[in-house]
Design a protein. Structure first.
Length: 106
């Protein structure tokens, strides 16, 4: 557990960065990262950047934020849980697809 007044975010600096990215993008103030999410993020540390996490969170906000049913999924346990890698890879693919066609936007 990270030393943050003895409670709060578990995991390393990558987990803290992910939680900060979620809070910044969503305007939330989560301070606790579920243990299962901390384990996933610890396993993925070094594979993704904070900028990529921000991009994924923003993409999920845009995808899920439009309805009350899906808006409730915009939490640390959902975004950073067992499907985290899938969300990240999907976000990367969308970014790559956008970049591939930028030459035609002239």
């Amino acid at each position: 557990m990270c030393k943050r007044t003895g409670w709060g975010v578990r995991g390393g600096s990558f987990a803290l960065s992910c939680l900060a990215a979620l809070n910044d993008v969503m305007g939330t103030s989560y301070t606790v990262l579920p243990k299962s999410a901390a384990v996933v993020l610890a396993q993925c540390a070094g594979r993704y950047t904070e900028a990529e996490v921000r991009s994924m969170v923003a993409a999920k906000r845009d995808e899920w934020g439009g309805s009350a049913k899906t808006r409730k999924w915009l939490t640390p346990s959902t975004l950073f849980g067992e499907r985290f890698e899938g969300y990240m890879e999907t976000s990367r693919a969308v970014t790559c697809d956008d970049d591939d066609f930028s030459q035609f936007d002239r």
